[in-house]
Ligand binder design. Structure first.
Ligand code: ADQ
Length: 469
């Protein structure tokens, strides 16, 4: 068995005791890397300003070598903030209005991918499997092929793949699709994403579909399949059970003072539907006055990507909106929405999920959404809370027994909140049992094994292919 090389924009480094940082993805990939031995390469999180980037920084922990590279300010401006986060992210989340395409950013994106390829090249051995993650690095396989790499290379996209009419608004769409064609396995979160990919290939006539999951693009065969990412289900359940008696749990119970807790946990991002969610909660309170003073929405939202102007504006908008609802409906002893811009440690998060009567997971578009899965894993069998889940989250394709909502339909979502609050115990238990059994089977280790299993079955490339772009 060859080694495994993982490449992602950011690398989750282990703590001083060699433990993987919190989060299922890091744990699963680190356990796969530990088992096979391997390398995890990515950006260090640091910029050299306008200075040239120095050699790779390397850290060996057990069987895993972490290889980190700095980037320059210009690289970050063009590749990361520019093309990845202001073109690919909005387009893949169907926000054409927010996409700001520029040739300079696009050129920077391809340049940094070429740079990553040059850093990786000296580390690759003949039998290594290479697994590249996410939208920052789509052209990396093509750049590696160009340098003569014939190893098996897989790619997993964590965010949605859009429908052709959406993707085709981006000037370099054909080049990106051809770049995907230089991988051996391309993994999507859902069958829906895979079908969007297939439709793009068919519409552009740049490849053939050989079967549901096999394609031929630019004379090369590849597998494109859905591998829905999971969480560490059992470990998360244990965390939630243990959290019950902690100080934080006691303080939270005390501050709720008998009110029901509804929880929302999202990175601050326009894809997460926070504005529509707060609108729906407000409509619910106005229509169901009997619920006023009986429920509290705790919205936990750490800031992200503050350097991108849309995110900065959204931070203000959401805080103002929550403040307006609290001002209009709150009383001296009841705050309808508690809005917290913080990251919590996982045990605290797990405990809050377990305490909540309901979770509102209502993104306008989401590759998967792990919060939905964590909430279900944290519930007790005797008295499980209800998951309200957007139909436009990848997770909705697996968690069919959640209460599915259309987040654009604010009144419909408000009605679903009302129904969920009075859902009988028996129905809550039936829905929960069906969801937890899916999550126990498809956990993050299953996801990792399925992807690597498929990649391991493919044949290494025989000859390096021409650059796809
Ligand atoms: P994200 O868009 O970041 O991930 P998500 O899947 O919900 O979205 O993962 C967020 C993670 O961050 C969860 O594990 C959650 O617990 C944690 N988190 C969020 N808020 C937190 C807080 N306040 N404190 C502590 N932890 C918090 C991208 C895609 C998703 C896809 C994942 C994985 O956008 O669609 O599910 O990658 O593939």
């Amino acid at each position: 068995m060859g080694r495994l090389i993982v490449v992602s924009n950011r690398v989750p480094l282990p703590d001083q005791n060699g433990m993987a940082p919190a989060g299922g993805l890091a744990v699963a990939l680190q356990s796969a890397l530990e088992a096979r031995g391997g390398i995890w390469l990515g950006w260090s999180g640091k910029s050299t300003g306008s200075e040239d980037v120095g050699p790779l920084q390397s850290l060996k922990v057990g069987n895993i070598e972490y290889a980190l590279t700095d980037l320059t300010d210009l690289d970050l401006e063009e590749y990361y903030q520019g093309f990845a986060n202001r073109v690919l992210w909005p387009i893949c989340h169907y926000r054409l209005d927010l996409a700001e395409y520029g040739r300079r950013e696009m050129a920077g994106y391809f340049r940094v991918n070429r740079f990553f390829a040059s850093r990786l090249l000296p580390l690759i051995e003949p039998d290594d499997l290479i697994w590249i993650h996410d939208y920052h690095l789509i052209p990396l396989a093509s750049e590696l092929r160009q340098l003569g790499v014939t190893n098996r290379i897989g790619f997993f996209l964590h965010i949605p793949w859009p429908a052709p009419d959406v993707l085709f608004t981006m000037p370099v769409h054909e080049s990106l699709l051809r770049n995907l064609g230089t991988y051996d396995v391309v993994g999507f979160q859902t069958v829906h994403d895979r079908e969007n990919f297939a439709d793009c290939i068919a519409r552009l006539e740049i490849g053939e579909r050989l079967s549901d999951t096999e394609f031929r693009i630019g004379g090369r065969d590849l597998v494109a399949e859905s591998y829905p990412i999971g969480i560490e289900t059992d470990a998360f359940t244990t965390l939630a059970e243990r959290a019950a008696g902690t100080t934080l749990a006691k303080r939270m119970l005390q501050s709720l003072d008998g009110k029901e807790l509804i929880i929302g946990v999202d990175r601050l991002d326009y894809s997460k539907g926070l504005t529509q969610r707060i609108d729906a909660f407000e409509k619910f309170l106005i229509k169901h006055t009997e619920s006023q003073r009986k429920v509290t929405l705790l919205q936990i939202t750490p800031k992200s990507r503050s350097e991108v102007p849309e995110y900065e504006a959204m931070q203000r908008a959401v805080a103002e909106q929550a403040g307006r609802v609290n001002g209009a409906l709150g009383t001296v002893d009841w705050v309808p929405i508690r809005y917290v811009n913080r990251s919590l440690r996982r045990p605290a998060l797990a405990g809050l999920y377990r305490m909540a009567r309901m979770a509102l997971v209502t993104p306008l578009r989401d590759g998967m959404n792990l919060v939905a899965k964590e909430f279900v894993a944290a519930q007790s069998e005797e008295d499980p809370g209800v998951l309200l889940l957007s139909r436009f989250a990848g997770a909705a394709q697996e968690l069919k027994d959640a209460v599915l909502v259309n987040p654009y339909d604010v009144e419909g979502t408000a009605d679903s909140i009302a129904r969920a609050l009075v859902m009988p115990l028996l129905e809550r238990q039936q829905r929960w049992r069906s969801m937890i059994s899916v999550l126990r089977t498809n956990d993050v280790f299953h996801w990792c094994d399925s992807f690597l299993g498929e990649l391991g079955k493919t044949k290494p490339s025989e000859i390096p292919r021409a650059r796809a772009s």
